[in-house]
Design a protein around this ligand. Structure first.
Ligand code: 13P
Ligand code: SF4
Length: 315
């Protein structure tokens, strides 16, 4: 999705000018702050951003997202400069899967094919046979011969959803997204009672009791497309609140209600603290100084590229 550059603030104008001078491209995830989304050349879900990173001709990729996404962009472009405004912008899923423990699991189940969700570190990708994102995971699992046992890591919620969708038995890593695990089923059903004509839409990183009551399950882009094409006019949205910015722009006359979190009645708990570490000011500073930069050992990039390319050629 490309972005218009109308009505920018002075800082946004400075970012846009600088990126043009430096032949940089800004790739932003839907969970970024609206003011960052508005200066991006492209906003998308994890798969779309990986595709854009693979095809860019820019000299610099400024990644407005989290660390594993910028790493993926670097692996796809080892000779380009890849910048991330805040190196601390991690991910609970990536953090849940330390390479040593994962190596040990692989050793124990050496006849298993390893499918990893893109939300993992570059080192975990070097231990993977194929990578997937939330928008192509079902297709990737279905591409694997039926008698082939599978390890799926690191998201157990997405893994459980895939087991149900594909009927495949998979050994699941015990990781989860702290944002998508925060939704409260009781509060969601209470909200639904107040809006009985609403459609509940959910990201597959959510827990199975949330997915069970959802009318639509899909990636962030999948959810956007569903809301755009649906005849319904009210949606309860169970994913990170950043998506609401683009969604409301796409469907200005529809009503979008953030799904409630367990701990709080506001949508604050459905914000990813990692994604929100990036600010527009950090984005500008990073582009100006060309730092922080993502750097990875060349052998690691070579190995991690193989399962990413398998995914891209399958999806
Ligand atoms: P998608 O971008 O694939 O929808 O994944 C959402 C997410 O949690 C990214 O970290
Ligand atoms: Fe990771 Fe969840 Fe944040 Fe996405 S929303 S970056 S999966 S912690």
């Amino acid at each position: 999705m490309t972005v218009s550059t109308l009505h920018q603030t002075p800082l946004q104008e400075k970012v846009i000018k600088l990126k043009e001078e430096k032949n940089a491209v800004i790739l932003a995830h839907f969970y970024q702050e609206p003011e960052i989304q508005e200066v991006a050349d492209f906003i998308g879900d994890s798969l779309e951003l990986a595709r854009k990173a693979a095809e860019t001709t820019a000299d610099i990729i400024l990644f407005a997202g989290v660390h594993f996404m910028a790493e993926t962009a670097k692996i796809l472009n080892p000779s380009k400069k890849v910048l991330l405004p805040d190196l601390q912008a991690g991910c609970s899923l990536a953090d849940s899967c330390p390479p040593e423990a994962f190596r040990e699991l692989k050793r124990q189940y050496s006849n298993h094919v390893v499918v990893t969700y893109i939300n993992c570190s570059a080192e975990i990708k070097t231990l993977s046979d194929i990578v997937c994102t939330s928008s192509n995971a079902e297709k990737i699992i279905n591409s694997i011969p039926e008698d082939q046992p599978i390890i799926f890591a690191p998201d157990k919620n997405l893994g459980k959803y895939l087991i149900e969708k594909t009927g495949r038995k998979m050994l699941l890593w015990d990781g989860a997204c702290i944002v998508h695990e925060a939704f409260s089923l009781d509060k969601l059903l209470e909200l639904y009672k107040q809006h009985p004509t609403a459609q509940i839409i959910a990201h597959p990183e959510s827990e199975s009791h949330i997915l069970k009551v959802a009318n639509y399950i899909g990636s962030t882009s999948g959810m956007l497309n569903y809301v755009k094409s649906s005849e319904h006019d009210t949606f309860i949205v169970a994913t990170e609140a950043g998506i609401l910015h683009q969604m409301q722009k796409d469907v200005p006359h529809k009503t979008l209600i953030p799904a409630p979190a367990k701990e709080d009645n506001t949508c604050a708990c459905s914000e990813c603290a990692f994604m929100k570490m990036n600010t527009l000011q950090k984005l500008y500073n990073c582009l100006e100084k060309e730092n922080p930069e993502i750097n990875l050992p060349p052998e690691m990039m070579e190995k991690a590229l193989v399962p990413i390319q398998r995914m891209l050629s399958l999806s």
